[in-house]
Design a protein around this ligand. Structure first.
Ligand code: AMP
Length: 559
């Protein structure tokens, strides 16, 4: 069985196509969203999702969140005594989603279509695939998040011809895509975005307003206070999505702080963020050669588009109310599931053909003659960003030095004029006959396929010699052997069993409440925890359920 997975910065989801429609699969807690958080329990067990999130607020040193931002890099997160990279942390999330899907579907899930931000480069995409493999999932297809979202909408509204702009604002990334639908074909026309802009930046705005108005210094606050301020500002931000004003109350340094904010004040303070949102929208329109007025539908995706001020901004930019008939949290997972259905050739969805674009420019390094002297390190684009894929393009380059015997083709990705600012994906050395400069030439052909694999072919004009290279998996610099070893190592880490999840979560929430409380309230929480722990010790399912419910009800009453 193949499923679709939205591996998000803040939350992740898994969905499947049951032959008729897309189903979002509930996780072990019965919820659709699994927070993309991993934490190591005191006994070394790996916790994932809401339980990990609850624990991370009190035990940040053994927890990791927002690691999607470091996908494809060598950054290591220290969780207790373990050092883990983003793809490894992501593999725990994927493992947990896989397990939830298997329980829900009653069958083995061995393959997934995973979504990634349109802006992910080759290394980040490969790292995402690797995360899937580490979780025991075959990942043949990676789909861009906005493309997936458009797929979810495209199939549902039955329109014959339309241009969509997908406005995807998640927790930490912003992606804009322009797609055109003609009959059975959905074509991605352009992609733009900002990797460092998301709902969290809006939370930052409220946090700064709170600190300014109430004279609070985050630097002087304790870790617990900062965690509490963050939690409350997040709530305050969400409240402003449906109300003209919100109030936030918080105790800092033993002093009660009360903060009131109107939606209007908040909107004004967000103006710099709006400016940053406008830029990628303008760029995507320009790249696609489309005017804002020609967009038929604006599709909102990502948790942060639930915000009233973001909806208002999108409406103002396009002169019409944006579309959000599919839950913005679920659109990407739904699209990934539809893509998985296409892969399985499900009859009802076979009809749609999806074309995607290469999200970045791929090129090589050349020497430029600037009229005075020859300057090396210049970038020669071969496949321009936003070219529809699969694509194959050839460029001819000439030898730059007298009697050189080797041409070194640098395979680069990026938008900068200069080689040094772009990402080097690999190098291909090809021998050429020794001749005066400019008298020998090679054809460089780049072929970029639908699975984001780049094939590079270099052909020497005079000898006909051909050298090829496929760029895949270079990002993680791991050999297959090393990857297998790492997989075995990770398998040693015990994952918290799914049937214990609700109990663990209840205990973490109770621990948090206990740490925050004082006096009698503390004693009461302790009584509830003890009753619950006693029930767990006895192993009586009915009593566990009853005491857990009582504990949660009491914790809820404290809020
Ligand atoms: P995602 O990565 O798509 O799950 O989006 C997560 C982001 O959406 C977080 O920054 C949340 O604060 C934000 N978000 C979720 N619900 C709301 C809401 N009702 N109003 C404003 N922002 C929200």
């Amino acid at each position: 069985m193949i499923v679709g997975i939205d591996l998000g910065t803040t939350n992740s989801l898994v969905a499947c196509y049951d032959g008729k429609s897309v189903k979002i699969i509930p996780n072990r807690l019965g919820e659709h969203l699994t927070p993309s958080v991993v934490s190591l329990d005191d006994d070394g067990t790996v916790l994932v999702g809401k339980t990990a999130l609850a624990r991370s607020l009190r035990r940040p040193l053994s927890s990791a969140a927002v690691f999607k931002r470091s996908m494809g890099t060598d950054r290591e997160y220290t969780l207790g005594d373990k050092k883990l990279r983003a793809e490894e942390l992501s593999s725990f999330i994927l493992r947990s989603l896989k397990e939830d899907a298997e329980v829900f579907l009653g069958q083995k899930v061995d393959e997934a279509v995973i979504s990634v931000p349109a802006y992910f480069n080759d290394m980040q995409r490969k790292a995402t695939k690797r995360a899937g493999e580490l979780a025991g999932l075959k990942v043949e297809r990676i789909i861009s998040e906005p493309t997936a979202a458009a797929l979810a909408y495209g199939l549902m509204d039955g329109r014959e011809r339309a241009k969509y702009l997908v406005f995807d604002l998640g927790g930490g990334t912003f992606d804009v895509s322009i797609l055109a639908r003609t009959g059975r074909i959905i074509e991605v026309r352009s992609i733009a975005g900002d990797n460092y802009l998301g709902g969290e930046d809006f939370t930052d705005v409220i946090e700064q307003m709170f600190c300014r108005k109430c004279g609070v210094s985050l630097l002087a606050a304790t870790y617990e206070e900062r965690a509490q301020i963050r939690e409350l500002t997040e709530k305050c931000k969400c409240a402003l999505s449906n109300a003209p004003a919100a109030v936030m109350e918080c105790t800092v340094g033993g002093e009660k702080k009360s903060f009131a904010v109107t939606a209007e004040e908040y909107e004004q303070a967000c103006e710099p963020l709006f400016e940053r949102l406008r830029r990628p929208v303008e760029r995507s329109l320009k790249d696609a050669g489309v005017k804002a007025s020609e967009i038929d539908e604006v599709v909102l995706v990502g948790g942060a588009t639930k915000s009233a001020i973001v909806k208002k901004l999108a409406a103002a930019m396009f002169g019409r109310a944006p579309k959000s008939s599919v839950n913005p949290d679920e659109a990407v997972a739904a699209g990934a599931a539809l893509q998985s259905a296409m892969k399985q050739r499900a009859a009802a969805v076979r009809e749609v053909i999806l074309t995607d674009v290469c999200p970045f420019t791929l090129g090589t390094d050349v020497v430029h003659n600037n009229g005075l002297f020859e300057e090396s390190g210049h970038y020669l684009p071969i496949i321009e960003r936003n070219t529809v894929i699969p694509v194959s393009r050839t460029q001819t380059v000439y030898t730059a030095h007298d009697y050189q015997t080797m041409v070194c083709v640098k395979i680069l990705q990026g938008e900068s004029r200069m080689t040094k600012n772009n990402l080097c994906l690999g190098e291909l050395n090809v021998p050429v006959p020794s001749k005066p400069k400019g008298e020998e030439a090679v054809d460089i052909t780049y072929t970029y396929d639908i699975n984001s694999l780049l094939e590079v072919k270099v052909r020497v004009h005079s000898t006909g010699l051909v050298r090829t290279m496929i760029i895949k998996g270079e990002g993680n610099k791991m050999s297959d052997e090393e990857a297998k070893k790492r997989m075995e190592e990770l398998a040693y880490l015990k994952i918290s069993p799914r049937e214990l999840e609700e109990n663990k979560l209840a205990l973490y929430l109770a621990d948090c409440a206990y740490e925050e409380a004082t006096g009698d309230r503390r004693l009461t929480i302790d009584r509830y925890i003890s009753a619950f722990e006693r029930a767990m010790g006895k192993g009586d399912a009915a009593e566990i359920e009853k005491t857990r419910r009582e504990l949660i009800e009491f914790l809820d009453s404290l809020q």
